[in-house]
Write a protein that binds this ligand. Structure first.
Ligand code: GLU
Length: 323
């Protein structure tokens, strides 16, 4: 077997600049649940989309447990999430990778940003610093830049923030939502990379993980759409290749309320305990995604080949399991 690269040096070496074509990239997506509570119908719905994307493309699904926000991690929740995915048939090919084991890698990335002048220490004591380890569903408070020129209270423990430049406020093309406009300056301020207590922030960790795991498409709930320009700015600053993004509009219950973890009645574990079958849950999810005309029970195998991202409902869809 010739050594790798031997062909390129042989008599038929390509002319400089010649490319054989795009590198073969296998589709890779991930489930990235936070073990802060139980899996509910909304998560299952988004993960069904991710799973179908991967299976229809002959690609791979990675499981990542986003357990960075230690104070909010619930004992046993990670095991429950894994069990619920398995029970629904939403299987994965790699992982679970636990973010709590990855601090050294996040530190390396932070070093790169520090060396490039893109990270600065911040001594402000603000609620947003305290919350930075969790994914900011919907809006995150905007930082006014107080410590940009140097820590204003140098005796205090320091967080690290990303220095956002005007060029970072860019829109992007979303697989479900289409063209997402650039964020307004007052919607994307310097965000936290590492909190003063040493915990790495969601934005940095998720970017490093998605890049290291070779994720080619991130499929997640539309409540994280405002995080994407931040993550795209980090990919550029770190010199990493960004994946595609697809944000699935959230589901609402029969009363039009957003499905939330605290709504225990709609957790997968409670539905399962009440004797509801995976096929009935999949039927309700598929119908709310417009994949089937009715919410009749359906198997994952029957849903293969039916998903077209660009035809998913762009706004909230009703999802309820009639008793
Ligand atoms: N861990 C986040 C959550 O459970 C998801 C983050 C992501 O998909 O980027 O909400």
């Amino acid at each position: 077997m010739p050594a790798a690269g031997a062909l390129a040096q042989g008599p038929h070496a390509p002319a400089a600049g010649f490319r054989y074509g795009a590198p073969v990239t296998v589709y890779r997506t991930r489930f990235a649940p936070s073990p802060t509570g139980q899996m509910h119908l909304g998560h299952a719905r988004t993960h069904l989309v991710a799973w179908l994307r991967a299976r229809d493309a002959g690609g791979r699904v990675l499981m990542r447990i986003e357990d960075l926000d230690r104070p909010r991690v619930v004992e046993g929740a990670a095991e429950g999430l894994l069990r619920d995915h398995e029970w629904l048939g939403l299987d994965w090919d790699e992982g679970p990778l636990r973010q709590s084991t990855r601090s050294a890698r996040y530190e390396e990335a932070l070093d790169v940003l520090r060396a490039a002048g893109r990270a600065y220490p911040c001594t402000c004591s603000r609620k947003d610093i305290a919350q930075a380890a969790s994914a900011p569903h919907d809006r995150e408070p905007v930082y006014p830049g107080t410590c940009r020129e140097g820590p204003t209270q140098p005796w205090r423990p320091r967080a690290w923030r990303f220095r956002v430049e005007d060029a970072d406020r860019r829109g992007f093309e979303d697989g479900v939502l289409g063209a997402v406009p650039p964020p307004a300056p007052d919607a994307m301020g310097d965000f936290v990379l590492r909190r003063a207590d040493g915990l790495f922030a969601y934005q940095l960790a998720v970017t490093v993980d998605d890049a290291d795991e070779g994720v080619t498409e991130v499929v997640r709930g539309a409540d994280l759409v405002a995080s994407t320009p931040r993550q795209l700015a980090l990919y550029r600053a770190l010199g990493l290749r960004a994946p595609a993004f697809a944000h699935v509009a959230l589901a609402v219950d029969g009363q039009g309320r957003r499905l939330a973890k605290r709504d225990g009645a709609q957790s997968i574990a409670s539905l399962r305990a009440a004797g509801v079958s995976p096929e009935r849950i999949l039927g309700a999810l598929a119908c709310s995604l417009g994949l089937t005309a009715s919410a009749a029970p359906v198997s994952l195998a029957e849903l293969r080949g039916r998903l077209d991202l660009s035809r998913l409902p762009p706004g909230p869809a009703r999802l309820a399991l009639a008793g």
